[in-house]
Design a protein around this ligand. Sequence first.
Ligand code: FAQ
Length: 338
Amino acid sequence: MYAQMVKTSGSGVKSRSEMGAQEQAFQARIDAGDKIEPRDWMPDEYRKTLIRQIGQHAHSEIVGQLPEGNWITRAPTLERKAILLAKVQDEAGHGLYLYCAAETLGVSRDELLTELHAGRMKYSSIFNYPTLNWADIGAVGWLVDGAAIVNQVALQRTSYGPYSRAMVRICKEESFHARQGFVIMMKMASGTPAQRAMAQDALDRLWYPSLMMFGPSDKDSVHSEQSMAWKIKVKSNDELRQKYVDQTIPQIEYLGLKCPDADIRWNGEKGGYDFSEPDWAEFYEVIKGNGPCNKERLGARVKAWDDGEWVRDGLMAHAQKKAAAKHAAAQEGSGNVE
Ligand code: FAQ
C-alpha cells in the first residue's frame, strides 16, 4: 500500500512520416509556438501525458503543505507564524489552479485524488523527507521552492494554455515563498553557533533531495524526449538541475554555509558548476513508496479526505436542495405543474 508506482510508459517519438494528417497539423502548431487549448484536437498521448504531469504537480502542491504545516503551531514568532500560514495556504491555491487545469483535459479532481490515495499517482519525492527543526522550514522555502521556481519558470512556456497560465501566477507566489525561506536561513546562519549548526544541518539533509526534484538524469528520463517534442517540457531535467545548482551555490556562500557536495567546482569552460549526482537508488526507492515519510504523508492525505466526507456530503445536499427549489420556482412561474 501507499507505493508510488515507478511504472512508466515512454515509447519513443514518432517521425513525421509515421504521423497521420491530424497529428502532423498538431505538431506543426506546436513547432510554431501556438498554445493548445482545451477544445482543440490533441493526440490521446499528449492528453494523457498532461493529465499525468499536471495531476502529479497538483498532488505535490497539496502533499507539500504537510511538512511545513507541521510547523505552523511551532513558529518562533507571531510574524513568522502569519507568513508560514500564508505560504501554506498559497500551496493549497496552487493545487486548486492545477487541478482545474487538469479538469480541462476531461478528468475530474475526484478521479485524480482517488489515484493519489490508492498510491497509483505520484507526487514530488521531496515531500517524503521530514522537517525536523525550524531551520528546515527556511531550507524548504529557499531550496524546495527555489527548485520548484526553476522548473516552473520554464513551464510558463509549456504548450498547453491552461497549464502555462497557471504557472505564471504560481511563479509570482513562489518567489515570495523562496524569499521568506532565505530570510529564515539568513537569520539562522548569522545567529548563535547552535542556530548556525541547525542551518548547516538543514542544508546537508535537503541538498541532494532538492536536486532529485528535477527528475532522473536525461539519459534515464522516460518521458522527456516525447514531452520536449510536444513542448510540454521546454527544458530537460539536467538543464534545469544545472541552472538550479548555478543559482544556489552563490547563495550558500552568501550565507557562509558549506555545500555538502565536496566535489563542487566552477567549470569555466561550460560556464557552470560541476557537481555530484544525487543517489539515484535512493530516489527510486522514495518514488516507489519507501522514503522516510511516504506512509505518513499519504496517510495524512487519506485521513483528511475521509474526515472531510461529511462536509462534502453536506455541501452536495445543500446544492441539490437549492437546485430543486430553483427548478420548482421556475416551473411555478411558467405555470407548468408536473
Ligand atoms: N518525484 O521521465 P521522467 C513544489 C517520476 S512543486 C516523484 O523524467 P517527467 C511547490 C516521473 O513522474 C514540485 N516522481 O518524468 C511546493 C516518471 O514517473 P511516471 C512538483 C518523479 O514527468 C514547494 C518517472 O519518474 N513539481 O514543490 C520525480 O518527464 C513547497 C520518470 O521521470 C512538478 O511536478 C520526482 N522528483 O519529468 C509545494 C513540476 N521526478 O509518471 C509545497 C511539473 C521524476 O511515468 C511546498 N513536473 N519522477 O510514473 C515536471 O516538470 C516533470 O514531471 C518532472 C519529471 C521534471 C518532475
